[in-house]
Design a protein around this ligand. Structure first.
Ligand code: SF4
Ligand code: SF4
Length: 443
């Protein structure tokens, strides 16, 4: 029996139709739009001005708080504006806009393809290099990596887990990285283990990616402290709490953090970014993005510079069909709808998914038939049918008692509901309200 997490979960079709498309370098376009809010925490502060010349990989905005991250130019050229520009939701966010001239890289970056195995930096130097290079979590949460690798006082890391699960349907960017850059991921994991002072590392990969498991296993023979753990295919196994449970059997407590179990989880794309930062002095200014959909002419995986306009990416997969109705950044379960296709990609963009009107059709909502399918599917042990009722009635004290704050917004409840009740829509809003109430309470 393959390992998996213990509670709930669902089995959507994985639709990994871009899996066999090797990573291709996407061309650098004539303009780059680089957002100052690419991470959780305070936006970065621009340190360049309109008219300045910048190089690819040059620092252009600095971290402005404990939880924040540096931002580097993904192109070379001239800063043409520093102004609000709409993000994927259409909200104005401060951007540095650069007119591209050639592609001249900062000379301190090692551009050779040679793999550097020897880790020379001390743990403190590793953390500083990761922070300097603006590395953030690439698995969706965009948390600055150097902060996550620095457990708070009183907490100690014992295990590092690299997340190679990629359980969201359609997305294949992590899969391609594991198949094409396995040793860099392992060295990135080893670097993070050195920074954390831990000697036990795992890479969790679901069994629907046998090639990634084989490749990672064969390379990990030279890295005996890191073991590949094949996992049963089940959504949302890529969630940190579910992955820790699946790999170690440890349970993150309610309202707790992964570090409460002694485990730190980092995505495999983050491990690659850490390798490049520490061994190559390369800041995080490009990453692999899947562009896919059942209705697109092609499905591809690109190595793409941060700040590339989304409409240009869409044009790269052929003509869109007339019934293309919705664009999602991320996967169909937890991704975000893109309402502005002129918006630019950010460090954590992993996928663009085109859905047809038929795929996005919301079926008519019926009455709850008390089947409890939503509760069976919930990986956090919640009762979504009850949370939905309480949320609609605005009963915040009851929502708190029912632990709405533990909802990871995975959508399993909504996916299974035979009455088509948009459970997560209501639960998500009430969770935000309850968290606001909890934070405003005197400690
Ligand atoms: S969205 Fe929240 S309530 Fe629904 S299944 Fe996921 S964790 Fe449970
Ligand atoms: S799955 Fe839907 S119908 Fe069944 S109990 Fe939950 S909310 Fe009600």
């Amino acid at each position: 029996m393959k390992k998996t997490f213990s509670m709930g979960g669902i089995h959507p079709h994985d639709k990994k139709i871009s899996a066999e498309s090797a990573i291709e370098r996407f061309p650098v376009l004539s303009k780059a739009y680089i957002s100052m809010s690419q991470h959780i925490g305070a936006p970065a502060t621009p340190i360049v001005q309109k008219g300045d010349k910048v190089l690819t990989g040059q620092l252009i905005a600095t971290s402005s708080g404990f939880i924040s991250a540096n931002i580097h130019s993904s192109v070379s050229g001239t800063v043409s504006a520093i102004e609000p520009y709409p993000d994927i939701a259409g909200n104005p966010v401060m951007h540095i806009i650069i007119d591209v001239e050639g592609d001249q890289w900062d000379e301190s970056i090692d551009r050779s393809e040679e793999i550097v195995r020897d880790i020379k930096l001390t743990p403190q130097e590793i953390l500083k290099r990761i922070a300097d290079c603006g590395v953030i979590g690439m698995g969706g949460a965009s948390f600055p990596t150097h902060v996550k690798l620095s457990p708070p006082p009183g907490k100690k890391a014992e295990i590092l887990i690299i997340n190679g699960v990629e359980c969201e349907p359609y997305i294949t960017s992590d899969y391609r990285i594991m198949v094409e850059r396995p040793e860099e991921i392992l060295i990135g994991a080893r670097i993070m283990m050195k920074a954390l002072g831990v000697s036990e590392g795992y890479i969790g990969i679901e069994v629907n990616k046998p090639k990634a498991i084989d490749v990672m296993k064969s390379f990990s023979a030279s890295y005996p402290e890191i073991k590949v753990v094949p996992l049963k295919k089940k959504y949302p196994q890529g969630g940190e709490k579910q992955l820790i449970d699946a790999v170690t059997g440890r349970k993150v407590p309610s309202m707790g953090l992964p570090i409460d179990t002694g485990v730190v989880v980092q995505n495999c794309a983050t491990a690659l970014a850490v390798y490049e930062a520490v061994q190559k002095n390369k800041p995080l200014f490009e990453g692999v993005v899947t562009v896919t959909g059942d209705c697109t002419e092609q499905q591809r995986n690109f190595l793409l510079r941060v700040g590339t306009p989304i409409d240009a990416l869409l044009n790269s997969v052929g003509r869109l069909p007339k019934d293309a109705a919705k664009l999602i950044s991320g996967g169909p379960m937890m991704g975000k709808a893109v309402s502005n296709i002129s918006a630019a990609t950010v460090k954590s963009t992993s996928s663009l998914l085109v859905l047809t009107s038929e795929q996005t059709l919301r079926k008519e909502e019926g009455e709850c038939i008390r089947c409890a399918k939503c509760a069976d599917a919930c990986p956090m042990g919640l009762e979504p049918f009850l949370l939905n009722k309480l949320a609609r009635a605005g009963r915040y004290a009851d929502l708190e008692r029912e632990r709405v704050y533990d909802c990871i917004e995975c959508g399993c409840c909504m996916y299974t509901c035979p009455a088509n009740i948009p459970l997560l829509d209501y639960i998500r809003i009430s969770k935000a309200d309850v968290l606001k109430i909890l934070r405003s309470r005197p400690k």
